[in-house]
Design a protein around this ligand. Structure first.
Ligand SMILES: [Zn+2]
Length: 309
């Protein structure tokens, strides 16, 4: 199906309950604007939509959004869904491929989600900090993480309003089943704004540096449904294990080996049940608030929750 036909289909869907109009009529109008008057497709779509709104005596709010449905970021839990989002562009990243025009992070009051805008879709540029209504975006999933794709049928409308972006707080209750490498007593690059974790005394960016000690845990917590990657920063690690950074350094000094710290921490935490709350950062949950639980989460409770999802 051509892009124009796709747009015509969408518009027709929106109006078919209200007025007697065929997809061909809609397509003719779009084609005239695009081919004869060289109007960009999203502008043409807006114009044609307005025409039918007037003919039907409707306001934009009266329309269902046709094939796509108004959604919020937290609703995205399935790939291949066509949705409309009202969101703020939190940041733009450098596209790694020529086929991508823009890539970055969108946010609404319920959370944040990555977006990709294809180069061939020929859409207007989104600006960092801008708030937009994005109609007809399609959801995607890669390794459990969701994103939205802006495509040639997407309609972008900049809004003159502010959106407060939610922080994506997660709560997980489950067993800490694994501690990943890079946990325990680590060294970070001391260069300003770098803080990368050193591998054998080397920073990926700055080469060999005199690292600064830090404590952290990268763990996997299984809530019985999903496995979540959780990061404990220095404070959270100290609270969780009762081992302070100074004590960890002493332990490593005595043993002439930093891995003793990770071993000690692993013995303490793996197999223990926790309730963990904190913001989501990409695929990680940052453990802000941690409570140790007595034992396995009640199986019945889990089942009830699973059914209500
Ligand atoms: Zn560095």
């Amino acid at each position: 199906m051509s892009d124009v036909r796709q747009h015509a289909d969408d518009i027709h869907d929106q109006f078919s309950d209200h007025i007697d109009v065929s997809v061909d009529d809609v397509e003719d109008r779009l084609t005239t604007l695009v081919d004869e008057y060289k109007v960009p497709i999203d502008e043409a779509r807006r114009s044609v939509t307005n025409h039918y709104l007037e003919e039907a005596g409707l306001d934009r709010e009266d329309l269902s959004s046709g094939s796509s449905e108004a959604a919020q970021v937290e609703d995205v839990d399935e790939p291949e869904q066509w949705i409309d989002l009202t969101a703020k562009v939190i940041e733009l990243w450098d596209p790694r491929s020529d086929s991508v025009a823009q890539v970055g992070l969108l946010g609404d009051p319920t959370g944040t989600i990555k977006f990709t805008k294809w180069a061939k879709s020929d859409l207007p540029a989104l600006e960092e900090g801008g708030v937009y209504e994005l109609r007809n975006v399609v959801t995607d999933e890669y390794q459990g993480r969701y994103s939205v794709k802006l495509n040639s049928t997407t309609v972008i409308e900049e809004l003159d309003e502010e959106i407060e972006v939610g922080d994506d707080t997660s709560e997980i209750e489950g067993a800490l089943v694994d501690m990943q490498s890079g946990s325990g007593l680590i060294k970070r690059c001391p260069k300003e704004d770098c803080t990368r974790v050193l591998q054998n005394g080397r920073c990926n960016e700055h080469g060999e540096v005199e690292g600064e000690f830090d404590l952290r845990i990268k763990a996997v917590v299984d809530d019985g449904i999903d496995a979540h990657e959780v990061i404990f920063d220095k404070d959270a690690t100290e609270n969780l294990t009762g081992i302070s950074l100074e004590e960890a350094k002493d332990m490593a000094m005595d043993a002439l080996d930093t891995t003793v710290v990770a071993d000690e921490i692993r013995d303490q935490i793996v197999g223990t049940y926790y309730r963990i709350e904190g913001p989501t950062f990409g695929r990680y949950v940052l453990a802000d608030d941690v409570e140790e639980l007595d034992g396995p989460v009640d199986a019945e409770q889990l089942l009830i929750r699973a059914r209500s999802m």
